[in-house]
Ligand binder design. Structure first.
Ligand SMILES: [Zn+2]
Length: 212
């Protein structure tokens, strides 16, 4: 899956609106920007072909609750990037609930940090996370039978962890640390590929032993 090709373009009117509220606190919750948020949501919903940027499951078409406007660098840590188009995308309710305020900007040297202070980091390597505007998802994460496997990519690994993408295992009673154990998930995926039932059973038994 490719990255987002177009970022939201603010109209002159919207730019004025943003400027007029810039000194307010809790900007994102203001009634004045309800329509703007709707525009942004609809724009990225289309750009992303109705898929969540992190788990690639469908986001809702009409109802906003399963189509959140996401701040890739969290707005609580980086209020200066709150309206930066390349910091925005849409994600599903589960990814939104899980990712929350986790840091996504990688540790960058102080010299770059100074430059970045006002300017949004615009390179893939500035981020820990698979950035929907700068990274091709498929280069970092492979989805097979609903399992998320990092392609030996640090960013892939970080994203799977930050959004707990293999979260369905939690419902099977797995511990969160096991759900985030990429090696284990890789082994489980291999079971799905094995065509012979007895071999599948053997593989499963081995994993159960390892987990107990
Ligand atoms: Zn999601």
């Amino acid at each position: 899956m490719s990255k987002i090709m177009n970022a939201y373009n603010y109209s002159e009117e919207e730019k004025k609106l943003i400027k007029s509220i810039s000194k307010e606190s809790d900007i994102w919750s203001l009634d004045e920007i309800i329509d703007l948020k709707k525009e942004i949501r609809n724009f990225y919903r289309k750009e992303q072909k109705i898929l969540c940027a992190y788990c690639r499951n469908p986001v809702s078409l009409v109802y906003p609750d399963n189509c959140h406007v996401e701040h890739i660098a969290p707005k609580s840590l980086y209020p200066e990037y709150i309206f930066v188009s390349k910091n925005l995308c849409v994600i599903c309710a589960d990814c939104n609930k899980i990712k929350r305020n986790q840091e996504t900007i990688d540790k960058v040297p102080d010299t770059i940090k100074k430059k970045l202070k006002t300017k949004y980091p615009d390179k893939s390597e500035h981020f820990n996370i698979v950035h929907p505007h700068f990274d091709n998802y498929d280069d970092h994460i492979h989805i097979e039978n609903g399992f998320y496997i990092d392609k030996a990519s640090k960013k892939g690994n970080f994203t799977i962890g930050a959004c707990l993408l293999n979260r369905k295992f939690l419902f099977m009673g797995w511990e969160p640390q096991t759900v985030n154990n990429t090696e284990m998930i890789n082994k489980i995926t291999k079971i799905y590929k094995e065509p012979k039932q007895d071999k599948r059973d053997d593989m499963l038994q081995k994993i159960i032993k390892e987990l107990s």
